[in-house]
Design a protein around this ligand. Structure first.
Ligand code: FAD
Ligand code: EPU
Length: 335
């Protein structure tokens, strides 16, 4: 385990606000976690971090614990599937690259999402028509109150759009140590349903590598690079509306885009609402909505966490005034 005192967290979270941690621990194996447990750190004021790509610190917890455990182990395989256990600190996109190099299918649409494997179940990461719940067999986690280790089946995780048991009920109490994935070895189920992805393959071979390439290109054209402009991806979730409410809105705005969510609900793009409210590329001082994707709030230059938070409040207020829809934050606010 590596320990640091009074270290800036600027390089440990993608909003890159310049805040200083009191105690920072980099966990490299499961024994390190037990050591912190036995030292009573989890009874004190702590926060668990992966790559920090979905957090905004309004307050700095006394102990910041960065999960950097590594390892990938094949647990089982047959002609069709492979089951692989991955330690929480593995970098998500390195894992995706590894899967594609082995011709294992299921995670290619989730290419280039920042963060760690341990964080992927927390908000059930998703992109381009796929969610990580589609390939998670189970999640291993340590109860930080009792020290109990538990395997959560896919069903136990209560996965939903940008949500899970871990996000709703705690992340204070369970530390995810491993994720077990089930991936295809042949007969891959390619998913080109999102946006114009299918069109891009009209004259091209559909395979895992090519899907990854196209998705990375699309992401690069829309999303800002956190190394250049601090951000945490989509700041808000796309709202899910009851169909009745949606149809009333649709009468007023016939061009409103929407996606079927379930029998009673549709999902509408928060980016569209923010743009229509006149806030695409909108900026106050050091903070703004991104010019290509207004769902992303960016730190232009040394913004404080409060400036970012206040800006997000303003967006919520304006969208609510225009459409009577209250946007919910996707980013985890540490307050
Ligand atoms: P962190 O930000 O460090 O933590 C997130 C939450 O998980 C915190 O509450 C933390 O306490 C908890 N946590 C982290 N690790 C553990 C653990 N081992 N055990 C228990 N709790 C833990 N998300 C998408 O879903 N789809 C996208 O397309 C997408 N695109 C993005 C693009 C950009 C440019 C950026 C910056 C972010 C994007 N995100 C996207 C959000 C982000 O990448 C994901 O939420 C990712 O899973 C966060 O991983 P992390 O390791 O950085 O987690
Ligand atoms: N749109 C606008 N104006 C814009 C941009 C988009 O009106 O400037 C509308 C368009 O109608 C477009 C729609 O919004 O078709 C959707 O836009 P996009 O495909 O960029 O996706 P998104 O809904 O804004 C979601 C996820 C992203 C994920 C992409 C791709 C959420 C909150 N965000 O964004 O995830 O990468 O789809 O699947 O669900 C994240 O969670 O951090 C994240 C980046």
């Amino acid at each position: 385990m590596k320990k640091f005192k009074n270290l800036s967290l600027k390089n440990f979270h993608t909003f890159r606000t310049d805040i200083v941690s009191n105690n920072l621990y980099v966990i490299e194996n499961d024994e390190d976690i037990l050591q912190l447990f036995n030292n009573g750190i989890f009874g004190d004021d702590y926060y668990i971090l992966g790559s920090g790509s979905n957090v905004l610190f309004l307050r700095i917890p006394t102990h910041i614990i960065i999960i950097s455990t590594k390892g990938k182990t094949i647990i089982n395989e047959n002609e069709d599937y492979v089951w692989i256990n991955v330690k929480a600190g593995e970098i998500w996109d390195e894992f995706v690259t590894f899967c594609i190099a082995n011709n294992w299918g299921g995670v290619e649409n989730l290419s280039y999402i920042p963060g760690t494997v341990g964080a992927c179940p927390i908000q059930n990461i998703g992109a381009y028509g796929v969610e990580v719940k589609d390939v998670i067999e189970s999640v291993w986690a340590l109860n930080l109150l009792s020290g109990e280790k538990k395997e959560f089946s896919n069903n136990d995780c209560c996965f939903a759009y940008r949500n899970s048991y871990f996000k709703i009920y705690n992340n204070e109490k369970w530390l995810i140590t491993d994720v077990l994935f089930k991936l295809t070895k042949r007969n891959h189920k390619y998913n080109l349903s999102y946006g114009n992805l299918k069109k891009e393959f009209e004259n091209e071979k559909i395979d895992l590598e090519n899907i990854r390439k196209k998705i990375i290109l699309q992401r690069l054209s829309k999303l800002p690079d956190p190394k250049v402009l601090g951000n945490a991806g989509s700041f808000f979730k796309n709202p899910i509306l009851e169909k009745n409410k949606f149809h009333t809105l649709q009468q007023q705005y016939p061009d409103i885009p929407y996606f079927e969510y379930d029998y009673h609900h549709v999902k509408i793009p928060a980016a569209w609402l923010i743009e229509k409210a006149g806030m695409k590329g909108y900026r106050i001082g050091n903070v703004g909505t991104h010019e290509h994707q207004p769902l992303v709030i960016v730190n232009y230059n040394n913004a404080t966490p409060y400036e970012i938070y206040e800006f997000s409040e303003k967006i919520i207020k304006e969208v609510n005034n225009c459409f009577n829809i209250r946007l919910e934050r996707e980013v985890n606010i540490i307050s």
